[in-house]
Design a protein around this ligand. Structure first.
Ligand SMILES: Cc1cc2nc3c(=O)[nH]c(=O)nc-3n(C[C@H](O)[C@H](O)[C@H](O)COP(=O)(O)O)c2cc1C
Length: 213
């Protein structure tokens, strides 16, 4: 038997064709959205109003600003240390796997809190609500801002903060070098959620999510 390694044609994904709601297959340029995309994208379209740079050679602020265009939520990550509970504001949180349930976040190597988080076998990640910006700012300033929160320790002594949108109680599974950060992967042992709206972080500013009408 001969096995072909050429993938089968995928007409729906042909960038030059568009299958409309009516099922008609017409050139993509005929659709309004495709025209908008064609008008605003492409390497020759980005440079005139914007910037193009090699992040390894440019001012690091420009790279930071570019990364800041990716909107995130905000979390507080907590762990237990020999000196007591520790927390840190982090937006490097990401989901990794549903089965097994894995998440990640990345502490910066230059942070004074870094050695404690990397040493911790357990940690908890708290996704903040829209009205929790003060908590976020408190834990950005100091890892010992627990007076600003209601919390209790879990069986491993990890501080669990109450009233967050979602809470992921994790056991550290792996750590990977990530340049000036370390990527910590946690296996989620327990999840708690509450209804509410998320705190949003974009371009260095906090806000609330506004859905399309
Ligand atoms: C919105 C936001 C997101 C942040 N995300 C991270 C992060 O993912 N990883 C990290 O190490 N620090 C992050 N920080 C910085 C820490 O919260 C904290 O300010 C920093 O660790 C302070 O330095 P120190 O630990 O030496 O006191 C973030 C800060 C803010 C305000």
């Amino acid at each position: 038997m001969t096995v072909s390694l050429t993938p089968p044609p995928r007409p729906h994904l042909d960038p030059l064709r568009h299958i409309g709601k009516d099922g008609a297959n017409r050139p993509r340029q005929e659709t309004q959205r495709a025209r908008r995309i064609a008008d605003t994208t492409g390497p020759d379209r980005m440079s005139p109003q914007g910037e193009s740079f090699d992040p390894a050679a440019a001012d690091p602020r420009a790279f930071r600003d570019a990364l800041g265009r990716f909107v995130t939520g905000v979390t507080i990550v907590t762990c237990n240390t020999p000196d007591g509970p520790l927390g840190i504001t982090a937006n490097s949180f990401a989901s990794v796997s549903l089965d097994p349930p894995l998440v990640l976040w990345s502490p910066a190597k230059r942070s004074q809190r870094y050695p404690f988080f990397v040493a911790a076998a357990h940690f908890a990640i708290h996704v903040l609500r829209a009205d929790q910006a003060p908590l976020c700012q408190a834990f950005a300033r100091s890892g010992e801002s627990f007076d600003a929160a209601r919390w209790q320790p879990n069986a491993e002594g990890v501080p669990l903060i109450d009233g967050c949108l979602a809470r992921f109680d994790c056991e550290k599974l792996a750590e990977h070098d990530g340049g000036d950060h370390t990527i910590l992967i946690g296996r989620v042992r327990r999840v708690d959620t509450l209804p509410g709206e998320p705190l949003i972080f974009s371009g260095g500013r906090y806000g609330a999510f506004v859905p399309e009408p």
